[in-house]
Design a protein around this ligand. Structure first.
Ligand SMILES: [Zn+2]
Length: 143
């Protein structure tokens, strides 16, 4: 099984490729700079769904930086690009974790650890992601 760090890298690469295929040529360099921001872990999410990046308040569509405010960025400054990549990469990460059986692995570990009833509820949800070998292993564990 791939490590979480590897999956995260892969998710970011996928998010970038996805975004690249959808933006205009004029935004390309800002997207690349947004990618660097994301890789440096400089996207700080706030509880209200906005992000703090380099001291600017960023949403999916707006940013308080000069590049955006004075219109030079034509709607996509590097901060908004980073914000978009952050969300896309999160979706990709979940997809990859599911594919790698990560949630299943977690569920089986919890079962093996004999966790509480409440946690078993979540465990059973996670077991929905189990396939093939993992299910046989689970069956052997519970019989
Ligand atoms: Zn900005």
């Amino acid at each position: 099984m791939k490590t979480q760090a590897t999956l995260k890298e892969e998710a970011i690469d996928r998010a970038y490729a996805q975004a690249l295929s959808k933006i205009d040529e004029q935004h390309r360099s800002r997207l690349e700079r947004g990618l660097a921001i994301l890789r440096n872990n400089e996207v700080v999410m706030r509880n209200n769904g906005a992000a703090d990046i380099h001291g600017y308040a960023v949403t999916g569509k707006t940013c308080t930086c000069p590049d955006f405010t004075y219109g030079k960025a034509a709607g996509l400054c590097k901060h908004i690009a980073a914000f978009g990549l952050f969300h896309r990469s999160r979706q990709q990460l979940q997809h990859l974790q599911r594919r790698e059986g990560y949630f299943c692995e977690m569920a089986l570990r919890q079962l093996a650890d004999n966790r509480t009833r409440y946690q078993f509820g979540q465990t059973y949800d996670a077991l929905d992601h189990c396939t093939g070998e993992a299910v046989s292993y689970y069956a052997a564990l519970t019989n």
